[in-house]
Design a protein around this ligand. Structure first.
Ligand SMILES: Nc1ncnc2c1ncn2[C@@H]1O[C@H](COP(=O)(O)OP(=O)(O)O)[C@@H](O)[C@H]1O
Ligand SMILES: [Mg+2]
Length: 415
């Protein structure tokens, strides 16, 4: 009798060996698929789980290595003395690690600041070739001139931002040489120039209330002001700690922040020689000042028009191939090439990802009158809808007008 047939001569639960194995295999596959699905969902919800843990111990180690390199002469910068010798730039807490990126909070002479670098180690950045030909000792690196260095800097800015800059406009980069420890300073400047965010923020210094000015640097770390960063965890997307918890206080704050977002959008669209496109719009990438000014604290994905066109112009077979984070263009199906012109706008994405949360999806504050709330909701929906480019200026002014009306209403109620 075949093995596995039961007493009645019929196959048992595992009577046919093949079927039994198949069942076990299927169960195993289902179990594995379940775990893979759960892991994928977890990763989607919390992409940071795979990244290194942001700890004080590790952060202090990173800064200690930075100071060792500074004292050894390998790097420099205007903040190194305060960080490594005078104790006037003090580490406070770890804010964020993601892939190489490190964001640390510190106190600089009583002022809260953020130290940022795209990579943990100074050695992760490519060295400045010019220094290879120079002997190691300090004074000999004075042997080359600004004239030799400037074209290299211009080239780096071109590759980071896609902009051809005149030598004269490089003043903004704060290239304050020569100074002591020139060799280390140049090596550090080179590491900073490899960080698009540093280059952009340095160029915007003094030119935009919506970008944090670079306060200084040490090695590959640069410092910016510490501001109240947004997060989806906050009910109003931004920490409104100082604001009275009453409905009116919150409504006033949200309207103020929304007006500043509109101001920022208009500023980035019109106030530079090229439009500045924000391709990663989410609360975490913006912060607010006490007066509700919105500041773009993460500009890794901000591109001036020429670079934006370069990024968008790719081969494609459908429109979805032409989506670069929050910046979209259309696929020309005849030539299978994405249009270089962005098809959506900063305003549209701000409306979709920020304003909808305030004025559309959740019931907005009853502190504002119902007719105004309904008008705001409708305007935000119109603004966020795809394909509203032609109507954008009208929608922009409508939103501005409604938010100002909301502020007036709240003010009148206060009196
Ligand atoms: N100037 C700042 N003030 C306060 N928090 C900041 C500042 N810059 C960055 N952060 C915090 O660090 C996080 C990561 O910085 P970010 O530049 O957005 O990194 P990434 O480019 O990897 O997204 C931000 O979401 C914010 O919470
Ligand atoms: Mg970010």
């Amino acid at each position: 009798m075949a093995r596995g047939l039961n007493a009645r001569g019929r196959p048992g639960r595992c009577g046919l060996r093949g079927r039994c194995r198949l069942g076990a295999l299927l169960a195993c596959a289902a179990w594995t698929a379940g775990w893979v699905l759960a892991a994928a969902l977890l990763l989607r919800m919390h992409p940071g789980v795979l990244s290194e843990r942001c700890t004080d111990e590790k952060s202090r180690r990173i800064l200690a290595a930075l100071c060792r390199d500074y004292l050894g002469g390998a790097l420099g910068g205007d903040l190194c003395e305060d960080l490594c010798v005078a104790g006037r730039l003090r580490y406070q807490r770890c804010l964020y690690y993601e892939r190489g990126k490190k964001v640390l909070q510190a106190d600089w002479r009583g002022r809260p600041v953020v130290l940022k670098s795209k990579e943990e180690a100074f050695s992760s950045f490519p060295p400045l070739g010019l220094l290879d030909d120079q002997p190691e000792d300090e004074d000999s690196s004075r042997g080359f001139s600004e004239a030799e260095l400037l074209p290299l800097v211009v080239g780096e800015v071109k590759s980071a931002l896609g902009l051809e800059l005149a030598n004269g406009s490089l003043g903004h980069l704060g290239l304050g040489w020569p100074g002591p420890r020139l060799r280390g300073q140049l090596a550090s400047l080179w590491a900073l120039l490899q960080q698009e965010e540093f280059v952009l923020l340095s160029l915007l210094r003094g030119l935009s209330p919506h970008a944090p000015p670079v306060l200084g640097s040490c090695g590959h770390f640069y410092a910016v002001e510490h501001l109240a960063a947004g997060s989806p965890r906050h009910r109003a997307l931004f920490p409104l700690d100082g604001v009275s918890q009453g409905g009116r206080g919150q409504a006033r704050a949200v309207s103020g922040v929304a007006l500043s977002f509109l101001d920022m959008v208009s500023h980035f669209d019109h106030d530079f020689s090229h439009r500045l496109h924000l391709c990663d719009i989410k609360p975490e990438n913006f912060a607010i000042r006490n007066d509700f000014t919105v500041v773009a604290i993460d500009v890794d994905m901000a591109f001036f028009e020429p670079k934006m066109r370069e990024i968008l112009e790719q081969n494609c077979t459908r429109d979805e191939d032409c989506n670069f984070f929050d910046c979209f263009s259309k696929c020309d199906l005849q030539v299978h090439r994405c249009g270089a012109q962005r098809a959506n706008s900063n305003l549209q994405v701000v409306c979709d990802k920020i304003f909808r949360h305030w004025f559309s999806s959740a019931p907005s504050s009853p502190a504002i009158s119902l007719p105004l709330r309904l008008q705001l909701r409708e305007a935000v929906q119109e603004c966020a809808a795809p394909g509203t480019q032609a109507a954008a200026p009208r929608v922009f002014w409508k939103l501005r007008h409604l938010l100002q009306a909301a502020l007036r209403e709240l003010q009148e109620e206060d009196q």
